[in-house]
Design a protein around this ligand. Sequence first.
Ligand code: 2M8
Length: 404
Amino acid sequence: MSTAADVLNENWRGTHTVPSGGLYPHQWSWDSAFIAIGLRHVSPKRARLELETLLKSQWPDGRLPQIVFDLSRDNDYFPGAAFWGASTAGLIQPPNHAIAALLVHEAEPDLAFLGRVYPHLVAWHHYLLARRTGESGLAHIVHPWESGLDNSPYWDAPLAAIGETYRGELARPDLLHAAATERPSNAEYGKYLYLAERYRDHDCDDEDAEYPFRLEDPLVNALWAKSELALAQIARALGLDPAPHEHRAASITAALETLWSPELGTYTARDIVSAQLQPYRTVAGIIPLILPDIAHAADLLAALDGPHFALGRVALVPSHDLTADTFDASLYWRGPSWFNTAWLLVDGLELHGRSRDAAALAAQTIELAERCDYPEYIDPHSDAPRGTRRFSWTAALAIDLAER
Ligand code: 2M8
């Protein structure tokens, strides 16, 4: 029987792991962090190399790029290096890397590794603070791809408000590897490419005052705060001062309260351009449960248990509210359950005193990953696999849950 480790071996490219050989032939930023978390149980050495390969592509301003391209596969994914005119994409992804670095070190203590990665991780967080953080104290994203949850309903109204669309030729090699009913539409791709092109043509400098897509997302900021807590532990291990990281984590955690929606009973995203909170429940709005001091932990647990996310009554945790008109059980980040958010919520449940439910969610995550051949995502009602198969973070996080 093929194992999760076989999937990681298949997708290993000598210095890093691709998310999947067909659909995603390059190195993705937050995928690599999740992958390293599983890889540490297979080969701590490879896990360290996975992270350090990504860090090698860090920009001088500190950002970690969304994608590091394999130039030999540039025709197999769009937009690639030819579009960006560079070997990395200018956008970012959610900051889960310090969490991964700490866990990799815990699997096989290596202070030299921690010492090498720490300054890079500090520079990465500094980029978020210096270039992306406004008065609210939260970092904003400038593209749906930066959220990791590309076609979440959070982005519907902000994208609809943008009159422009991409005028170049739209390639969709992704549709060779996943059904069109399970991927974003061409209309969404038109907006994605318009924004990416505009950001690129301003040298990705974050200085375009009229830039039309700027949102504060609860998952991105919760991961940032959690990563600051991880950096505090890394600093302590290195004999450095953890306090600045602890203070930053506390201030992001406090600032997340500005994204709380009493009507929804979850956190949500704020559109900085329109000053609107988005009226949707998504798994991103529950993820702040990973923070020990989050104010609405009890409400988040109630949201998980209630009809919108139905913990224990559907497969894993759906990416979008089961009762919403916008819910679609097969469509990417608009309903299907994903293995990385399940992994994060296992941690959140554990942290907030729900160990039995955490264990049940972990067991379900491992079982579904194995039974469905490590799918990218699954239908929460039928358990049917969706998206691509033999997907690296699904395999990696199943290994991690099984090893704990
Ligand atoms: C998906 O996003 C990429 C663009 O970054 C795509 O659809 O082409 C998302 O699920 C994202 O979170 C993930 O990092 C990436 C690679 O697995 O795929």
